[in-house]
Design a protein around this ligand. Structure first.
Ligand SMILES: *Cc1c(COP(=O)(O)O)cnc(C)c1O
Length: 494
């Protein structure tokens, strides 16, 4: 009887992967597409011009039952998916924190996908493990941090901070490991009112609850108020609450303000509290010699997070967690089941011991490509240029009496609002919000916003390698044009 079932030991041709020739043809096509995309991305509307549900509605409700040709798949990518993309790699993307998925980084990602390595234990990926150690050592040295710091790559700063704070819990409340939190004293993490929401999320995830994080007020420059911190720690200790960690931020999300890390460290040291520094965005700037003083004191931290996928030209995702006490992180996360025990044992690093996930992507490759391709000098001059562009824009804003700006802006993010004399604050807020909306609706630029002390502010962040002064000049012209339109509407009573 004829049957479709293959005889043992044989493999039907049509049960394999895409044939290599086909892969080669489409890979070449995709690479050509990528190069064209990056050449012309600056002409596309920055923000996707879609409304919620548009993309879902354009796609079939279920997966195809028969395989389709790559021609068809790529055609749909272009016609359906691409219009729904907000172009983070656009030189006029200035929202949140501006980023670059650079050429060498893209090449690294391509190879990472092809290798498909899972760097759980050393044996499962010797090169993935050791290249990660090497790139983290290189990064630490570029940043001017002491050799005592060891790095590990996580997906995001949210994960890096969670891992760091889990280590702080392990160090400060070791009994929780066996008994959980219910058995022990209440415990707290301290962070300023300007700290990133990921810190509060970490506190909740670690079982400390919303009450487990105490928000410390900031001064007139949005820096953590050290006296308030000192008072809070003393008050908590007197009440039997165990202080676990202080999170200092260098480059807050709203205004890129800088907490006084050195003074905060004094308090951490006095009470034996873990100090974690969140420099997710700004950290890369420490590579630039004249910016290094902004980081004074961070070398004292127990852990530091910075994201190469933010200001170090590496495609998302890549977050560096630098640990002064890697053994504390390992104590928190090493739980080795039998099938993962290997002959290498303690003679090798097993990256699974330094985070939540067992499996992990080979993220070091793209960062290594980026560091090799640009080199220290290339990285320094690019970050320096972004800071120069931000100062150039800040000067334009300061020269125009219709605008107000948050000072200082030490990095590459400028925060400003439309605030002409004689217009009351609520109307200024309203107008600033409308200016932002019409800027973003223009498709020519994307900026985001923040609220500070109840007022509405526009945030413009510079971090894309395609951003030039000419382009920024056009953006500034557009901003003033939109302000005039908005003011005109106001005068007409609209
Ligand atoms: C961006 C940012 C984060 C969050 O980063 P993810 O990698 O998206 O989790 C945390 N803290 C600061 C200061 C940031 O700028």
């Amino acid at each position: 009887m004829e049957t479709d079932v293959p005889t043992p030991g044989s493999l039907r041709d049509d049960l394999g992967d895409m044939p290599p020739d086909e892969l080669r043809r489409f890979a070449n096509e995709v690479v050509d597409w990528i190069a064209d995309y990056l050449t012309h991305v600056g002409d596309l509307p920055v923000l996707a011009e879609v409304t919620p549900g548009d993309i879902r509605a354009a796609l079939p409700r279920s997966a195809p039952s028969q395989g389709e040709s790559m021609e068809d798949v790529l055609a749909d990518f272009r016609s359906i998916v691409l219009p729904g993309v907000t172009h983070w790699n656009h030189p006029s993307f200035h929202g949140y924190f501006a980023v670059t998925g650079s050429g060498p980084g893209i090449l690294g990602e391509m190879i990472t996908a092809a290798l498909n390595v899972n760097a759980m234990v050393w044996r499962s990926s010797p090169a993935g493990t050791e290249l990660e150690e090497v790139t983290m050592d290189w990064l630490r040295d570029l940043l001017g941090l002491p050799t005592g710091f060891k790095g590990v790559i996580q997906d995001t700063a949210s994960t890096s901070s969670l891992v760091a704070l889990a280590a702080a819990r392990e160090a400060g409340l070791p009994e929780a490991r066996e008994l959980g939190l219910a058995a022990g004293p209440r415990a707290r993490i301290y962070a300023s009112e300007e700290a990133h929401s990921s810190i509060a999320k970490a506190a909740v995830t670690l079982g400390l609850g919303r009450e487990g994080i105490r928000r410390i007020p900031t001064d007139d420059r949005f820096r953590m108020d050290v006296d308030s911190l000192r008072g809070a720690v003393a008050e908590d200790r007197a009440a039997g609450i165990r202080p676990l960690a202080i999170v200092a931020t260098i480059g807050t999300t709203s205004t890129t303000s800088i907490d006084p890390v050195e003074a905060i460290w004094e308090i951490a040291r006095e009470h034996g509290i873990w100090l974690h520094v969140d420099a997710a965005y700004a950290g890369a700037a420490a590579i630039v010699p004249e910016l290094r003083p902004l980081f004074a004191g961070w070398e004292r931290a127990d852990s530091i997070v910075l994201n190469p996928h933010k200001w170090l030209f590496t495609p998302v995702d890549c977050s560096a967690l630098l640990m002064r006490r890697p053994e504390a992180v390992r104590a928190a996360f090493s739980l080795v089941p039998e099938y993962l025990r290997t002959a290498e044992g303690d003679r090798a690093t097993h990256l699974m011991d330094y985070g939540i996930a067992l499996g992990r992507r080979f993220r070091a490759l793209k960062l290594w490509f980026v560091m090799r391709y640009f080199g220290r000098e290339g990285i320094v001059s690019r970050i320096r240029e972004h800071v120069r562009l931000a100062r150039w824009l800040a000067d334009r804003i300061d020269d125009d009496p219709a605008w107000e700006r948050v000072v200082p802006s030490p990095f590459s993010t400028v925060v400003f609002r439309w605030a002409p004399a004689g217009v009351d604050s609520a109307d200024q807020d309203d107008a600033t919000e409308r200016i932002l909306e019409s800027l973003n609706a223009s498709g020519r630029v994307f900026v985001s916003h923040t609220k500070l002390e109840g007022r509405y502010w526009i945030r413009l962040s510079i971090g894309n390698l395609g951003t030039t002064q000419d382009r920024l000049q056009r953006t500034w012209d557009l901003i003033r044009e939109k302000a005039e339109e908005t003011a005109g509407v106001r005068l007409l009573g609209g």
